[in-house]
Design a protein around this ligand. Structure first.
Ligand SMILES: [Zn+2]
Length: 262
């Protein structure tokens, strides 16, 4: 991907009319060794065909130019780490486009799981202080936060991808609060979405009550928003398992992400 001519063969790139963007990607593409390392560490990207990989590389280049990656607490985030984060982050929008990530700027990276200390007051006027260690967090109009340890761990824990998880929350919040209902495409059936997700939700809760082992990380049952984010992780990381156990959910995620990972 060293020049504009080779980029012109990438379908998505042809749609980018902006001359400045073309020049930017052509002059400052992700270097080949860094890209190869990202593919090695990101299984869903490795499984893509050559054309999709080239598109992902363009998106990751633009992601790194348009977003601010901010390591904190002394984390040393090198170029390979930045490219890996951008590669994970651009998987969900491979067929949607980078403008689905408009409206926010910062990706904050903690060295390890972080403990946000915050208080909220419930309906009875009781103030709760939460102090659970978190792998990631996405704010409505604000930054995305991830733990670098969990990013690295994702490759080892089957079906997990903290970056995809937080990006799914971001997509979900494009039409208001995170509620497991992102803005669907025009031809998608809103009722089919609600039916599939709430049906799967009910069945999983039932299985959980019986003490059965769940086919998805139980964290999915925290809320509809978490269900969508966790299912999205599995959609990209272990699509065969999601398709087998939650076929309707898998099919709708195919329509939403416009990808067919399995
Ligand atoms: Zn979440």
């Amino acid at each position: 991907m060293g020049n504009v001519d080779s980029l012109a063969r990438v379908p998505m790139f042809n749609r980018i009319r902006n001359w400045y963007v073309r020049q930017l990607v052509a002059r400052r593409p992700i270097a080949e060794p860094l890209w190869q390392e990202a593919l090695r560490r990101c299984a869903p990207a490795r499984r893509l065909g050559a054309t999709d990989q080239a598109t992902l590389r363009v998106l990751a280049t633009l992601f790194l130019e348009s977003k601010s990656l901010e390591p904190v607490q002394g984390l040393d985030l090198d170029d390979a780490g930045r490219v890996l984060l951008a590669t994970h982050a651009c998987l969900p929008i491979l067929k949607l486009g980078l403008d689905w990530y408009d409206g926010w700027h910062s990706l904050i990276v903690y060295p390890d799981a972080f403990v946000p200390h915050r208080e909220h007051t419930d309906a009875a006027g009781v103030v709760h202080r939460t102090a659970d260690a978190m792998a990631g967090e996405a704010w409505g109009r604000g930054p995305v936060i991830v733990s670098w340890a969990d990013v690295l761990d994702g490759g080892r824990r089957s079906g997990h991808n903290v970056v995809v998880h937080e990006m799914a929350h971001k997509l979900d919040m494009l039409n208001g609060d995170a509620n497991g209902f992102p803005p669907l495409h025009r031809r998608m059936d809103r009722r089919a979405w609600t039916r599939a997700f709430s049906g799967a939700w009910d069945r999983l809760h039932e299985q959980q009550r019986h003490g059965d082992e769940l086919p998805i990380d139980p964290y999915a049952l925290e809320s509809p928003a978490e269900f969508f984010a966790v299912a999205s992780e599995q959609f990209f990381e272990t699509p065969a398992a999601l398709r087998q156990h939650l076929p309707e959910v898998y099919r709708l995620l195919e329509q939403f992400y416009r990808q067919h990972p399995y």
